[in-house]
Design a protein around this ligand. Structure first.
Ligand SMILES: [Zn+2]
Length: 157
């Protein structure tokens, strides 16, 4: 519904006449001029290692920095829990909520370079090259009403 309303607005602006359209295109040209930097973006590497890079990006638009951030997030491989099998859940939280929260826990691995994604692996189901199994088993002590579950409760099987 919102997109449809936007299309109607664009059409009425286009049909408003040449003078108004020229004024609008001049305004757009001014906006474009303000957005172009005179100099090139500058990247200064502050520190780097095998798995980290700290840099400073200057002399550019916020949108360029955001695009770079999005590319880095998409292209840098990370490990996270993808498939959660719930055997028993007596908590007040539903299974989907717990699975989502578990998926947000970052997994630290020293052998990540030898790990394959499930798409890269040639196995039919799951194997040690493309899958790691963890277990989360937590029971609230009988003398307490609530208990805290942290990433420390997620252990390798
Ligand atoms: Zn596999």
């Amino acid at each position: 519904m919102g997109a449809g309303m936007g299309m109607v607005d664009n059409q009425s602006n286009y049909m408003a006449g040449g003078a108004q359209r020229d004024a609008q295109s001049n305004a757009n040209a001014g906006m474009m001029k303000n957005r172009i930097h005179e100099e090139e973006p500058e990247v200064r590497i502050l520190e780097y290692g095998q798995y980290n890079l700290k840099f400073e990006l200057t002399n550019t638009e916020l949108s360029v920095a955001n695009a770079l951030r999005r590319i880095i997030i998409a292209e840098v491989s990370t490990m996270a829990i993808d498939l959660v099998q719930v055997k028993e859940n007596t908590s007040v939280l539903n299974d989907e909520f717990i699975a989502h929260r578990i998926g947000l826990v970052p997994i630290v691995s020293e052998s990540v370079d030898q790990f394959m994604t499930h798409k890269q692996c040639t196995c039919e189901d799951f194997c040690n090259k493309c899958c790691v199994r963890y277990r989360l088993q937590k029971k609230c002590p009988p003398d307490m009403d609530t208990c805290e579950v942290t990433s420390n409760d997620i252990v390798l099987e």
